[in-house]
Ligand binder design. Structure first.
Ligand code: FE
Ligand code: CA
Length: 536
């Protein structure tokens, strides 16, 4: 790993006092269960913190950081308690989180003591506050005689800072059974500012025809089953390395709950009251395993806010949108099997009241977007925004689970960008298991409709892609798509600079093998002030 941290100024006595007074309150801790500042870091190294005597190190799921802000970042771990320590499962366990300014852990910055227990699967979320903007930090957790691996985190730059670069790795769709996380290994070794993960972190389902390794257990429905699925993914060494190396910014798609769910409806037309209980379990387990600030809504556990906005100095605003929780149900469904399908001549698609984001999120997003003063507006969401319908003598097809199934909502959004004359809007997505570079117009593929924004969709980390025959039809029917390849797995490296954005699709053949090697499949760039992607 090659980190290039800026040196921190030496800690003043005042800073230490402030540190000693500060409390880090996880929003998910019960009222009153506040983290306490701990006096000395040297205790940790000697294993002198009060706490259990572990037989087996419980930090086997690694550590993670995420959702950076100028003065704070979320630090995460989860104690995985084995049978050797079974007596501890029912106890409230004390965990200390230590933050340092250097990778050798010689310069302590802050530390917090938090409590965790079985009601949150012994997960720990520390919102590390009162940090410096735009800095690198290293952190670890300590419980009794057990010490976690060390993670690297960073805070975002001050909101008005002139920053000359934001380097992102965009990734999604990591079916555990369909390949190895060699992409995470490469990301872990790179110098990045953020990993941007846009959904399908876990998969609930299996396809026995495409299996390099196996899920444990069947399709999760209950909280414990979703916890086990997340824990299995988190045992992967490459995924752990990528979490430890970088701060992540994330949103979800469907497979974190179940394929093609829309709001309160699944493909089996399960009674929404029953399905929302399953969604609550899935959201709870998701929160317990992710470095995010907010958990399920205390007033309604089937709701959890994942959409967010962050800034990278004056260089960029970055939105992470939720395309699942608030959307209208898919249009023109098959009465026997819900979810997405390919339709032609579906009149409901013309209904302007239908939304992909839900009214409240759509309004929040459009207001933010049109008032943004940052050079670049990066819009991360879970799927492909450009059209991928196929023309035939019978008409044009639309896949109802993607943005093609919400064409009025898409047109509304792109019209807003055009109307407000917004420059430098770049949409980032996943879900479709292919690399896509596309121009976005209010009227897709219509030359008379000007390009108003650009889109980059990253292929999957592991999940299998579409066949070449269908892909060729998609390319032929969509001149706005400059590049579309579904045959390789990987991630996308995106460099955002004041003068332009460059993107490299980094790929390895399918299936992603443990020793897979990466190359650049294609590269594109966007010049500041010029709408649309350019090759190279
Ligand atoms: Fe996927
Ligand atoms: Ca998906």
């Amino acid at each position: 790993m090659s980190f290039t941290p800026d040196p921190l100024p030496p800690l003043t006595r005042r800073a230490w006092n402030r540190a000693a007074l500060a409390l880090a309150i996880s929003p998910w801790l019960a009222p009153g269960a506040q983290a306490q500042a701990v006096s000395s870091s040297a205790e940790a190294a000697k294993g002198a913190y009060k706490g259990p005597a572990w037989q087996i190190n419980p930090f086997s799921l690694g550590v993670a950081s995420g959702q950076p802000q100028p003065g704070s970042v979320v630090l995460w771990t989860r104690l995985r308690i084995t049978e050797a320590d079974a007596a501890l499962k029912a106890q409230t366990i004390s965990v200390v989180c230590e933050v340092f300014a250097d990778p050798a852990l010689r310069q302590p910055v802050r530390q917090w003591r938090v409590q965790t227990d079985a009601t949150r699967a012994h997960s720990v979320h520390v919102i590390a506050q009162d940090l410096q903007p735009g800095r690198h930090y290293w952190y670890r957790f300590v419980s009794g005689n057990a010490i976690s691996p060390v993670g690297h985190a960073r805070t975002s730059p001050g909101v008005n800072d002139a920053v000359d670069r934001l380097r992102i790795a965009l990734a999604s769709c990591q079916h555990y059974e369909q390949g190895f996380y060699v992409a995470h290994r490469e990301m872990a070794q790179r110098e990045l500012d953020l990993v941007l993960f846009v959904g399908d972190y876990i998969y609930e389902s299996s396809n026995p025809q495409h299996m390099l390794r196996k899920h444990q257990g069947g399709v999760p429905r209950q909280l414990d089953e979703y916890r086990e699925r997340h824990a299995q993914y988190k045992t992967d060494a490459d995924l752990q390395a990528c979490h430890a190396a970088h701060s992540w910014v994330i949103t979800w798609d469907d497979h974190e709950v179940v394929n093609d769910y829309a709001n309160d409806l699944d493909r089996d037309y399960t009674d929404p009251q029953v399905f929302l209980r399953r969604r609550a379990a899935a959201y709870q387990a998701y929160f317990e395993h992710m470095p995010v600030r907010l958990g399920p809504d205390p007033a309604n556990a089937s709701q959890m806010r994942i959409h967010d906005r962050m800034a990278w100095g004056r260089l960029a605003d970055l939105w992470t949108l939720d395309c699942r929780q608030y959307r209208d149900h898919q249009a023109c469904p098959d009465p026997n099997r819900g979810g997405g399908r390919v339709v032609m001549g579906c009149e409901a698609l013309a209904d302007t009241s239908r939304t992909m984001l839900g009214k409240a999120q759509e309004q929040w997003f459009t207001e933010g977007l049109t008032s943004s003063t940052k050079r670049w507006k990066l819009v991360a969401q879970s799927t492909q925004m450009s059209s991928s319908g196929v023309n035939s003598p019978l008409g044009r097809s639309a896949f109802t689970d993607g943005w093609d199934g919400y064409p009025q909502a898409r047109a509304r959004l792109l019209h807003t960008i055009a109307q407000a004359r917004l420059q430098n809007v770049l949409v980032l997505g996943g879900d479709v298991h292919m690399n896509v570079a596309a121009q976005l117009r209010v009227h897709p593929n219509d030359e008379r409709s000007p390009v108003v924004a650009s889109e980059l969709v990253s292929t999957s980390i592991t999940s299998r892609g579409l066949g070449e025959k269908l892909l060729a039809q998609i390319r032929d029917s969509n001149p706005d798509i400059l590049h579309a390849r579904a045959d390789e797995r990987g991630y996308t490296l995106i460099d955002v600079k004041p003068e332009g954005v460059s993107a490299h699709f980094r790929t390895t053949p399918y299936p992603a093998q443990a020793d897979g090697v990466f190359k650049t499949q294609a590269q594109f760039h966007v010049q500041s002030g010029v709408a649309g992607l350019l090759p190279g």
